[in-house]
Structures are given as structure tokens and as C-alpha cells.
Design a protein around this ligand. Structure first.
Ligand SMILES: Nc1ncnc2c1ncn2[C@@H]1O[C@H](COP(=O)(O)OP(=O)(O)O)[C@@H](O)[C@H]1O
Ligand SMILES: O=C(CO)[C@@H](O)[C@H](O)COP(=O)(O)O
Length: 483
């Protein structure tokens, strides 16, 4: 039995699955946490990977490995291959002003045409480069190569060192803001613009070679596993999830991890000038229109902490409240927000009265608020012509019972929840099996068992949320304590 490994280097943790390449059956697994925060030294990803791989029984017996990873994070390397500064992650909003400035310089139509990203947001790599050029020019001047979290880990798996061996794939490259997902080419003119240099001045900066969806990147370093094992190109985590769930065009996925994501494979590229839907590529030869929020499962984590309970406790309390939480509306922009593009926003709890201010209503409002935040994404996708009449719910937050139960009513469509699993890591494993097989298409591992949820749609909850959220867009709370 040939084994392959799939790695998910995500925001909060690293997960490793060892999988039977023929059937897709998970044979062994491991996970280890990443440090908290919106910047991270890449070494911490390596430490977590080593720990997760150890828990998964090591990689000595696997024949191929691929990495799916959190998108957009800026990993800047010097000419020795050393990391110049901690990586700025997708949920770091310090480049919000740079994002606005870059968007203004060319205008949304030109950005959408060039990159599929109509309005740049602080998540995208290119905005982090402009921030670096303006705020840490000495670091920007040392850049010899730029890569993404999954590219860096893939490179380490092969031993690192030589910058020319850096690789990526079109799904993750399409989240940089200097890559055209339609032609499959980098836009060095945009990279130069971000760094305030000429194209000639960035000509020597190494960008990872963009491999085909099942092209071999190289072999595993002997210190990690068998030196005969192949390393795949890897991909962005959301593209990996689509691969793991064997999605075909039109089947929408909602992921509730650190981020909230609404995505669907599409045969045609999306260029949303409004910027709500990012026109990413997927991990095959198609596209992955996607909306992502900064706030996801941590809305529930924070609510549980405030209520002095755990996830199950939030479920129980929320179930005990009426739909609509008696009038309490929770707009959960707890960590700023990306969709809608409100990097300075904070969360709001609106509708507090002596009657509504109960633990049950607060728990319910948190779950409904999270679902309504995702509902904005569902509508944005529909506005781009993506048909969504069913949703597959995944990610750590999908383990929350009450989220599964309320999702069909609030989102207005039936919801399937696959059996709990690491679908990003599974997708990476499927890519590894594809690399190993050298077939034209990825292996068909068949459907995983799913639980189905339906419910009478309650569009008034979303409508009320949209009304309240619209009134809060200008509200920025600052810390006014005298220093
Ligand atoms: N049973 C549960 N109910 C609600 N949230 C959960 C549950 N189990 C895990 N989570 C949350 O899911 C998140 C991690 O999900 P995951 O998809 O692994 O995130 P990421 O890929 O961004 O690291 C954490 O915020 C965690 O608290
Ligand atoms: O920024 C995006 C997608 O554009 C996020 O989806 C990141 O890719 C992080 O994903 P999780 O760690 O939340 O799964």
C-alpha cells in the first residue's frame, strides 16, 4: 500500500495526515499549534510541522507529500535564504492604508483585469510589500526572494537553501496581487509598483516557480523522510479543501476556521470590480472565486470565554434562545474585518434591553452573527453569477452543533457537514497522490459520509443584521485614555 502525506499549515496549527494513496483512507494523523498573533516567524511553522509529523508516526514510509497552507502571508528572504522578518499573515491589517493607496493608483477595473482582485485588502501579499517598503525600507532593501507560507514549508521539506528551488502553484500565487490567474504569469510590474521600484530593479527578486497542479517539485530531504519521496507543488488552503472534498463547479464550500470563507470552483475566471469576491485560481485548471472574513470560529471561542463556558455550552445556550435572539444583533467584526473591507472596525452588540440581555441570547446572537457575516459572502458570490443552492460546511467551527443546525435557516439553503476531518490536509494528500500517480486527473477517493441539515429559511435575520451592520460602518472606537 503506497502512502502519501498531506500537510495543512494553517493559521492556528499544523495538521499532518498520512493517507492510503489508493483509497484516501486516513491511516495516521498529528497536529501541533502555531503561536498566536498576526505575524509569525516561519521557524515556528517548521517546529509545529515536525511535532505534527512525529505524532503522525513520521514520514519515512510515505511516497509523496504536499502542503496546503494559509494564503497570502508575506515571507521575505535574503540572499542566504534567511527569513528577513517574521511573516506578516493574512489577518494582519497594518497594510490597510497601503491597500487603499495601491487600489487608488490603478483603479479597481485595472486590478481586476490584471489579477482578478478588484479592490486590494490588507490580507493580500502585495499590500504587505508596499507596507514593508514604506515602514521597514532597510528590510525591503534586503529582499532576494518572496514566497508564501506553503511555498516556504514546501522548500524546507526539500532542504531549503537554494532560492532557485522555491516553488508554488497557481492557487496560492493568485492570492499575492502580483499574479494573473488567467495567463498563469507573474506581474512583475505590479511587484515593482508595490516596492516603489522599477521593473528592472525587481528583476532579480526570486519568485517561486509556478508548477502545474500535479508537477513534482523535488524530493523530500533525508532529515524529513525517505529521500525517494516526491514533493508536490502544494496549494492555498481553500483550494486544498476543494480538492479534498472533490468539489466540481457550482458546489459551494463554507469554511469556518480562523477565517470564514465562502468559495466555489468555477470554470470561468471571476473579476469582481467591487472587490468583495476574490477571483483566485484553484488547484486544478479552474478558478476559485472566494470571499473571506477575518472573523470566524474565534467569534464563538470569544463568546464561550465571556460566558464562562465551552463550545458545547455555547451550543446549549444558543439552542435555548428564540430565533433572532429576542432582538439582539451581534455584528462580529472582533478583529477588524476584511469582507466587508473594514480593517479598523470592532464588533457591536445592538439591541440590548433588560429582556434581551441574557446568556442565551448572547450565545444565539454570536452564532447568528457569524452566519450572517458568511451570508454577506454568499450574496456577494451570487452577485457574481455563482449559483449557491447548497453548502458544504467545514473547518474547526463546523464542529459546533448549533452552527450546523442554524446554518440552513439563516443562510437559506440546505447544508451538508462532512464527517469531522481535516479537509485541507486531505486535499494536500490527494494532490500528493496525484503527483505520485502521474495520471491526468487526481485519484477519485469517493464521497466522505455527510450529515445533512435543512431548515425553514429565516431571511429576516439576515435582513435585520444587514440593516444594523450598514449603520455601523463609520463607527471606529479608539483608545482615548490619556497617556
Ligand atoms: N467544537 C467546536 N466548536 C466550535 N469551534 C471549534 C470547535 N472545535 C474547534 N473549534 C475552533 O475552530 C478553530 C480552528 O479551526 P481550524 O479550521 O483548524 O482553523 P485554522 O485552519 O484557521 O487554523 C479554533 O478557533 C477552534 O477554537
Ligand atoms: O485569507 C484567506 C483566504 O483568502 C484565509 O482563508 C487564509 O487562507 C487562512 O485560512 P484559515 O487558517 O482560516 O483556514
Amino acid at each position: 500500500m503506497a502512502l502519501v502525506a498531506g500537510i495543512d499549515t494553517s493559521t492556528q496549527s499544523c495538521k499532518v495526515l498520512v493517507v492510503d494513496a489508493a483509497s484516501g483512507r486516513v491511516v495516521r494523523e498529528g497536529a501541533a499549534r502555531h503561536p498566536a498573533g498576526t505575524e509569525c516567524p516561519p521557524d515556528a511553522w517548521w517546529t509545529a510541522f515536525r511535532e505534527a509529523a512525529k505524532q503522525a508516526g513520521g514520514l519515512d514510509d510515505v511516497s509523496a507529500v504536499s502542503v496546503g497552507g494559509q494564503q497570502h502571508g508575506l515571507v521575505a528572504l535574503d540572499s542566504d535564504g534567511a527569513v528577513i522578518r517574521p511573516a506578516l499573515l493574512w489577518n494582519d491589517t497594518r497594510s490597510a492604508a497601503a491597500a487603499e493607496e495601491l487600489t487608488r493608483e490603478l483603479g479597481p477595473e485595472a486590478w481586476a483585469e490584471a489579477t482578478g482582485l478588484g479592490v486590494l485588502v490588507a490580507s493580500f501579499t502585495i499590500t504587505k510589500l508596499r507596507w514593508l517598503a514604506d515602514h521597514e525600507p532597510e528590510n525591503a532593501a534586503r529582499i532576494a526572494a518572496i514566497c508564501l507560507p506553503h511555498d516556504w514549508l514546501t522548500w524546507q521539506l526539500m532542504g531549503g537553501g537554494d532560492l532557485s528551488t522555491l516553488v508554488t502553484d497557481r492557487s496560492d500565487a493568485s492570492g499575492t496581487g502580483y499574479f494573473d490567474p488567467v495567463s498563469g504569469r507573474y506581474r512583475r510590474d505590479l511587484l515593482a509598483r508595490a516596492l516603489r521600484r522599477t521593473e528592472a530593479e525587481v528583476a532579480d527578486i526570486v519568485l517561486p516557480r509556478v508548477l502545474g497542479p500535479h508537477e513534482t517539485a523535488g524530493r523530500l530531504a533525508a532529515a524529513v523522510g525517505s529521500p525517494d519521496a516526491l514533493v508536490g507543488p502544494g496549494c492555498g488552503d481553500n483550494a486544498a479543501a476543494a480538492l479534498g472534498l472533490e468539489r466540481t463547479p457550482g458546489q459551494a464550500i463554507v469554511s469556518v476556521g480562523t477565517s470564514g470563507v465562502v468559495s466555489a470552483v468555477s470554470k470561468t475566471p471571476i473579476r469582481d470590480v467591487s472587490g468583495l469576491v476574490a477571483g483566485f485560481a484553484d488547484a486544478t485548471d479552474a478558478f476559485l472565486p472566494l470571499i473571506a472574513t477575518i472573523n470566524g470560529a474565534r467569534i464563538i471561542d470569544a463568546t464561550a470565554a465571556v460566558l464562562g463556558t465551552d463550545h458545547e455550552g455555547v451550543s446549549a445556550l444558543a439552542r435555548a434562545a428564540e430565533p433572532g435572539a429576542g432582538g439582539l444583533v451581534f455584528v462580529p467584526h472582533l478583529d477588524g474585518e476584511r469582507t466587508p473591507n473594514l480593517p479598523e472596525a470592532s464588533g457591536s452588540l445592538v439591541g440590548l434591553t433588560l429582556a434581551t440581555m441574557t446568556q442565551q441570547n448572547l450565545a444565539r446572537a454570536a452564532v447568528e452573527g457569524l452566519l450572517c457575516l458568511l451570508g454577506v459572502g454568499v450574496e456577494a458570490q451570487r452577485a457574481q453569477g455563482v449559483e449557491i443552492d447548497h453548502i458544504t460546511l467545514i473547518g474547526g467551527g463546523a464542529r459546533l452543533g448549533v452552527l450546523r443546525e442554524l446554518a440552513p435557516a439563516v443562510l437559506g439553503v440546505p447544508v451538508s457537514v462532512p464527517e469531522p476531518g481535516e479537509y485541507v490536509a486531505l486535499g494536500a494528500a490527494r494532490q500528493a497522490a496525484w503527483v505520485l500517480s502521474s495520471s491526468a486527473a487526481p485519484p477519485e477517493w469517493g464521497r466522505v459520509g455527510t450529515e445533512s441539515f435543512e431548515g425553514e429559511p429565516t431571511p429576516w435575520i439576515q435582513q435585520r443584521y444587514d440593516r444594523v451592520a450598514a449603520q455601523l460602518t463609520e463607527l471606529v472606537i479608539t483608545d482615548d485614555r490619556p497617556s
